[in-house]
Design a protein around this ligand. Structure first.
Ligand SMILES: NC(=O)c1ccc[n+]([C@@H]2O[C@H](COP(=O)([O-])OP(=O)(O)OC[C@H]3O[C@@H](n4cnc5c(N)ncnc54)[C@H](OP(=O)(O)O)[C@@H]3O)[C@@H](O)[C@H]2O)c1
Length: 315
């Protein structure tokens, strides 16, 4: 099949595009070509790479017609963040494609309630990003039901892979947290360290997109969580990483109000966003409908990413 991937060279595209080519598809990769995939793969030589700035094209309302010109069977949209942008593209593609897949986020759920969270639980998103992603999902799935538009939405957790810093056991992206654990120093966590994070390896996100295409009939009109089999508590994550570094974990705890003053504003904001959501999502629906079978646990994914940082002297 001819597949257009919009936002094709990022965390997920690094695995998704080679995966699609290897599966025998013809791939057209859209980006601004400001960056390269995180790893080389021979499959990229068979990929047609096209420069389009989606923000600019959305502003001119020309994005849909630019995509249709490639006559794709399938379109995968990795970089849609507003209902307006989703609407512009989906309305242009109506009747023109066999399958439209969009990348969402588990942030559509907002605060976790009964866990593991399943896709059918009522959405209570907070924060601009989660609210807009939930709104665009609601619009797209309703468009799918009412007009027969063949849409699927995949909701990844915190995407991890070699080449970038994974979400750390303090719930932010400061690499010093890994150094602290690596050297056996004291790490202070907010509250009791029992709030959760839910990672997923980028390769597993790519797998879910490819399997949604393979199991098209089960995937159309549906959304699926795409996370590792189990979430981690901050305390459990920190302990496992310290032990992996061969150190005794030295963990201390502070109430949120005190903890947030002990770190930079940037780290405190990132941690708050992650622990306020405390995601813990079920993958049963994706397992049953599209045979999603993640290769990585959260810790395996993080350890691979941290090994890369160590090997490349980035830690
Ligand atoms: N990161 C996470 O942990 C996480 C978690 C849950 C959900 N998500 C979702 O994952 C999706 C992002 O996937 P990702 O992490 O693989 O992406 P990413 O690493 O941020 O890469 C973005 C891709 O889109 C391209 N791009 C960015 N702006 C563009 C524009 N204006 N026009 C055309 N191309 C553009 C980039 O290349 P150029 O810069 O060269 O254009 C790159 O290929 C989003 O929908 C996000 O909501 C992410």
């Amino acid at each position: 099949m001819k597949i257009v991937v919009i936002g094709a060279t990022g965390h997920v595209g690094t695995y998704l595009v080679p995966g699609l080519v290897t599966a025998g598809h013809e791939v057209i990769a859209i980006s601004r070509q400001n960056r390269k995939p995180y790893s080389d793969h021979a499959a990229w030589k068979d990929v047609r790479q096209v420069v389009i700035d989606r923000v600019e094209a959305d502003r001119k309302k020309t994005f849909g017609e630019q995509i249709i010109k490639f006559s794709p069977d399938v379109v995968i949209d990795m970089i849609c963040f507003t209902p307006e942008s989703a609407k512009l593209l989906a309305e242009s593609l109506l009747g023109q494609v066999q399958h439209f897949l969009l990348c969402g986020t588990i942030w559509v759920h907002g605060f976790s309630g009964q866990v593991p969270t399943v896709e059918s639980q009522p959405r209570k998103p907070f924060g601009d990003y989660g609210i807009k992603k939930a709104a665009l999902e609601e619009w797209l799935l309703s468009f799918s039901r009412k007009k027969g538009f063949p849409a699927t939405i995949l909701h990844p957790g915190h995407i991890v892979g070699p080449g970038w810093i994974p979400l750390n056991p303090a719930g932010n992206f400061n690499p010093e947290v890994y150094k602290t654990l690596m050297t056996g120093k004291e790490l202070i966590l907010p509250n009791l360290g029992m709030e959760t994070v839910h990672h997923v390896h980028a390769e597993d996100v790519a797998q879910a997109f490819i399997k949604s295409i393979n199991f098209r009939n089960n995937a159309i009109g549906e959304c699926f969580h795409v996370v590792s089999p189990q979430a981690l508590t901050l305390r459990g994550y920190a302990t496992a990483m310290a032990e992996w570094f061969g150190k005794e974990p030295d963990l201390k705890f502070l109430s949120w109000e005190k903890w947030k003053k002990s770190v930079s504003e940037q780290d405190a904001d990132a941690t708050w966003d992650h622990i306020a959501h405390s995601p813990n999502c079920s993958i049963e629906k994706a397992r049953k409908a599209i045979d999603y079978n993640p290769r990585y646990t959260s810790l395996q994914a993080v350890k691979e990413a941290v090994s890369y940082l160590i090997e490349h002297k980035l830690l």
